[in-house]
Design a protein around this ligand. Sequence first.
Ligand SMILES: C[S@@+](CC[C@H](N)C(=O)[O-])C[C@H]1O[C@@H](n2cnc3c(N)ncnc32)[C@H](O)[C@@H]1O
Length: 265
Amino acid sequence: MLPFLGPYLWAWPVLERQNPAVKSAASLSLWDKHFREGRRSLKTLAQNIEFQCESIQVSPLIRHTEDDLLSFLEPVQYLEKNSYEPVDGWLKPRNWQWDWPMDPTWAPPDTKCDMCKATPCDCISTLPKNRYRILYYGAKGRGIQARASSPGGLAFEKDQYIGELTGKLVPPDTYDNSMTINLNRSDIDEEPVVCQVYCQDQGNWVRLVNHSCKPCARLVAKIVSGKAGVMLQATQDIYDGAEVTVNYGRGHFGNNDCLCEVCKG
Ligand SMILES: C[S@@+](CC[C@H](N)C(=O)[O-])C[C@H]1O[C@@H](n2cnc3c(N)ncnc32)[C@H](O)[C@@H]1O
């Protein structure tokens, strides 16, 4: 996915001539690496490759320094699973009964999986693959479109788990933005929030799901294959070509800010 810089990648030799900053031999190999990555993304529709330039407004490239340009072409770090590192001062969640500090998504081995109701299992590796594509949805930015094996076919069945949102695990109340979601644990008394999943700088495709006031999916905290996580679950049958959306919660968008199909007719 790299429509924005795509034309520049194809015109790379011209860009190189125009920007005198792009000369240092030391950085050529980095350029080369990102350039190849970009071409691969354009050629193969490798939907998991997202680039830093896609979430920012880039002014004409000639005005940028070499470092800027390189950072635009840097792929967003793709996480197959959540990343956890201990943080000083991360308080033990309410009613947590195990060692602390530790990965707050850890669950005891006898915890039943919310997908198959059994234990142990490998449900997490059975989530659908290649059933989505990243598309631009106008002023909403990028979003996720469902993709079935045949045109117009059923991509996801009602209640099916579509994917897991991955990101960096951070202490509760660290961030308050649309790239962060609280993870609470239904297997612990009073269901405390044990961490947030923060996916601004790294994560997977689920982080690109847009909001709708009439969504076809939801993000829900579940325990799957022995780990707690935020799962994307279809709330109705979703067909090929439909945008996969969730509700970000009441009050997320101010008056008239929501661009979903309900609010914009
Ligand atoms: C989790 S991100 C979704 C991916 C985002 N569209 C992108 O291209 O990076 C959330 C952001 O998408 C945009 N967005 C999502 N749903 C929207 C909606 N219904 N109306 C307006 N903007 C929306 C807002 O900018 C919001 O802060």
